[in-house]
Design a protein around this ligand. Structure first.
Ligand SMILES: [Zn+2]
Ligand SMILES: [Zn+2]
Length: 421
């Protein structure tokens, strides 16, 4: 019996891998230009990290975590998001003793949530994200938002838009919370079951509900921006100025509160047309302390890779086909396998991607195969060529064929590839 893959996960087959690689390289390049350094943390952590770091009242912790006892009975959880693990590593690795700020990124890191599978939503999904530790200034918020904007622009998603809000701090939020509860009190009976729980435990998240009747109520709710304390209001104003200076277009959107408990002050999303939010982030000044460290301000974001690739595919039409090998070496005579292998090895050692037939096929079948795998050049090595110490090379784009000295083929190929002929 065949075993199928579990529900909610996907395979990355070679045809789709090219788009991932390009996006990964782009993310690394943008992060390096902004002075961020890579961090990789484990896929599983102690469950307690997420209970404290993400919040027990969130949907993620309450409904979506892959939690299991290991063989020694410890409760472990497959990470549902990236930030908590990065904060733990920052503390455990002693990075708070290094010169601040610490600017970190992770790329295409797998995350796990037991969510209802849907188009573009998987139980194992991937995120690329950044975190900046040790900078309370709005310049740090501007830095990560500018980075996100650059990444989306360079990826070619021109309609991506930054939506920005401030959710205040522990000084101003209780006042807003009171005001919000007063607004919702007469409507409790009209709220969905989840929202009735939110009303009791975490009213800010009432604004996040996607149930239409709740969303209508949320649209009329008082906005947190009217209740910001002086410090939060000044922080938000400076951030908006800095983004304008950096030519990052944004919309202030009081409806953005983000689903996680740990945000303070800045929250933002990057949205693109009907694809919705492709990137979410914000400031989390209390999180390092919550996880047992000193008080360290921090700000970051995460991008959902599957959703971004999906949006890119829809924006850019069809995906480019993956690239074939540069050279296919056709073995055109019995007893020439050793010569074929030597030639292929020489090309590979010179940095040229090269393949040869592994199935012992005839010349015509090898030529046909070279064409199907989109080889740029086909080199034919036959008895006669071997004697003359040359190789017959056909350019599959132009159809032109010529003999090239056997020990000069690698240079010949590289010259043509680098000059774009
Ligand atoms: Zn405040
Ligand atoms: Zn609701």
């Amino acid at each position: 019996m065949k075993v199928a893959r579990p529900r909610g996960v996907d395979d990355l087959l070679p045809d789709a891998a090219g788009a991932w690689q390009r996006l990964d390289m782009l993310a690394r390049s943008v992060c390096h230009r902004f002075g961020f350094h890579e961090i990789r943390t484990p896929v599983f952590e102690h469950t307690d990290l997420f209970l404290r770091g993400v919040g027990e009242d969130t949907d993620i912790v309450a409904k979506e975590m892959y939690t299991f006892p290991d063989r020694a009975g410890r409760s472990l959880t497959l990470r549902p998001e990236g930030t908590a693990g990065v904060v733990r590593a920052y503390l455990e690795g002693g990075l708070q003793a290094a010169p601040q700020p610490i600017k970190l990124f992770y790329a295409s890191a797998p995350m796990f949530r037991y969510d209802r599978p849907a188009v573009g939503r998987y139980r194992q999904f991937h995120q690329t994200g950044v975190e900046v530790f040790g900078a309370a200034s709005p310049a740090a918020d501007a830095e990560v938002i500018t980075l996100a904007h650059a990444l989306f622009a360079e990826a070619g998603l021109t309609q991506a838009e930054v939506r920005l809000n401030s959710v205040g701090c522990p000084t101003c939020r209780p006042r807003y919370r009171e005001r919000l509860l007063a607004y919702y009190r007469p409507h409790i009976d009209n709220l969905c079951a989840d929202c009735r729980v939110r009303y009791e435990r975490n009213p800010l998240r009432l604004l996040d509900c996607k149930v239409p009747s709740c969303a209508r109520l949320a649209a009329g709710a008082p906005t947190v921006s009217e209740y910001l304390c002086e410090g939060c209001a000044a922080h938000f104003a400076t951030l908006r100025e800095l983004l304008s200076t950096a030519d990052v277009p944004f919309t202030a959107d009081p409806g953005i509160v983000r689903g996680l408990d740990y945000y303070t002050r800045t929250v933002f999303e990057v949205v693109s047309g009907d694809a919705g939010a492709l990137c979410g982030g914000g400031r989390y000044d209390g999180l390092v302390e919550t996880l047992g460290g000193p008080s360290v301000p921090a700000v970051g974001f995460a991008i959902g890779i599957e959703r971004l690739l999906d949006a890119l595919a829809r924006a850019g039409g069809r995906a480019e086909p993956g690239e074939g090998p540069c050279v296919f070496v056709v073995c055109a005579g019995e007893g020439l396998l050793a010569d074929t292998l030597r030639l292929t090895s020489r090309l590979r050692a010179a940095g040229v991607s090269a393949e040869f037939d592994l199935l012992g096929r005839g010349v015509r079948a090898q030529m046909k195969h070279a064409d199907r795998i989109r080889a740029r050049f086909v080199m034919v090595l036959g008895e006669e060529e071997a004697e003359r110490r040359v190789v017959a090379i056909r350019d599959m784009r132009t159809g032109v064929q010529e003999d090239v000295a056997a020990d000069a083929v690698a240079e010949w190929v590289k010259e043509r590839v680098s000059s774009g002929v």
